[in-house]
Design a protein. Structure first.
Length: 414
């Protein structure tokens, strides 16, 4: 926690000491994190959390207000900012028994942030911003906008093979979706562009606005109910992945199946490496499916250094109440790791399927989350899918909203 707190306050980790003489003699920023008083040195009195060795339910004494907090203590600071930040950033509550959603994931409705109405805020960053003002210190980090894309299904009709297309035609016929039948046939005959193929348009958008996004490709060997990707053996898909790997950072989108059959993760990572010839260091979980600590340990074992899954697959906001990247702390083993987490705050699928927002409402939410992240000089990471950014009538208007957001909001990000 000393590393995280130091970087938040002044851009570099704190050095810890238990030597009283060293503390009193030191120059520059000093914080007394103890119950003992040292005149002239800012005191944060500890809550018990950081001194504990086991994981157990905590009593949360929440104090509401303009800048809400919990774990109140005496001292110069109204609460133990280190313990409270640790509780949120480590996702302590996800190690405790908790309700799960329909996909078996931690239910956001069980979170402190949701129940105390601060899920929409990077509250931890706000706490440290307020502390910087009190201590008269600065942090010179720069705000960053980081768009990311999940390519679950690279094409709607193309490159799926005759079996899947025949099955799709039959389903459309039974549902009376004759427009989709005509569209599918036109695409397969080469007379129309596939509705999920938005890659050239995105490249132009990135070049115009000097963006360097991350792409995450789903490369499950076998399709399933929740893994509907194009076969990773398909020549066109390999070419698509290879082309993106030349232009942008590319990562693995671990399949749903890999959450149940863990050896599949290594196979999917190897598959991506075989296509790109580049070490695979980044990942984001498909359906944002992860369990702590098992999923992140598995990523580390397979050489992943950067993960972009810290957010919810059911609602937009700040799952860990933070908008800056940080190293994952394995709470069960009580050890810091080299796995860097990049939280995201917005996903198109959350807006469309879960929150039932229209495109204009989604635009307003993106702009608001962008603004609060910019204020904290964090990393505004958002998720979009190629399916939303093509020409599929189901997502009519969403491509235009994204372009407006990039052109009017992101272009003025400095």
């Amino acid at each position: 926690m000393a590393d995280f707190a130091g970087k938040e306050l002044c851009g570099q980790p704190f050095r810890l000491t238990t030597d009283k003489q060293e503390l009193t003699a030191a120059q520059g920023l000093r914080i007394n994190y103890s119950d003992e008083l040292f005149p002239g040195i800012y005191q944060i009195r500890p809550h018990a959390l950081l001194l504990e060795q086991d994981i157990k339910p905590q009593e949360i004494n929440f104090v509401d207000g303009e800048l809400p907090f919990f774990f109140p203590t005496d001292g110069d600071h109204a609460f133990d900012i280190l313990a409270a930040s640790f509780y949120l950033v480590s996702r302590y509550e996800e190690y405790l028994p908790h309700p799960k959603d329909v996909y078996g994931r931690f239910d956001h409705k069980a979170s402190l942030a949701f129940n105390q109405h601060f899920l929409h805020r990077p509250l931890v960053n706000e706490w440290f911003s307020a502390l910087r003002v009190r201590l008269n210190v600065t942090n010179n980090r720069q705000f960053t906008f980081l768009p990311t894309y999940d390519i679950d299904i690279a094409w709607s009709y193309q490159h799926k093979g005759w079996k899947r297309n025949t099955g799709g035609l039959i389903r459309d016929l039974l549902k009376g979706q004759f427009g989709r039948i005509s569209e599918r046939l036109a695409v397969l005959r080469g007379k129309s562009q596939d509705p999920f193929a938005c890659y050239g348009w995105l490249n132009g958008l990135h070049e115009t606005h000097h963006l360097r996004p991350y792409y995450f490709f789903l490369l499950a060997e076998k399709t399933g109910k929740l893994d509907k990707n194009i076969s990773p053996d398909n020549t066109a898909l390999k070419a698509l992945v290879a082309d993106h790997a030349i232009r942008y950072p590319v990562g693995i989108h671990p399949s749903w199946q890999s959450g149940d059959t863990t050896f599949l993760l290594g196979k999917e990572i190897q598959r991506l490496y075989d296509i790109t010839g580049q070490p695979v260091q980044a990942s984001r979980q498909h359906y944002i499916r992860f369990s702590l600590p098992e999923t992140f340990r598995l990523l580390i074992e397979n050489g992943i250094r950067f993960d972009f899954s810290m957010g919810y697959g059911t609602i937009n906001g700040f799952r860990a109440s933070v908008c800056t990247p940080y190293n994952w702390y394995d709470l069960s083993r009580e050890e810091s790791t080299e796995l860097m987490l990049f939280p995201f705050c917005f996903m198109d699928a959350n807006s469309f399927y879960e929150q039932r927002d229209d495109d204009a409402t989604a635009l307003n939410e993106m702009q608001r989350l962008f603004a609060v992240t910019k204020k904290e000089k964090g990393v505004c990471s958002i998720i979009w899918h190629n399916t939303f950014l093509g020409t599929d009538p189901l997502y009519k208007g969403w491509r235009e909203v994204y372009e407006i957001f990039i052109r009017e909001t992101v272009a003025n990000r400095q």
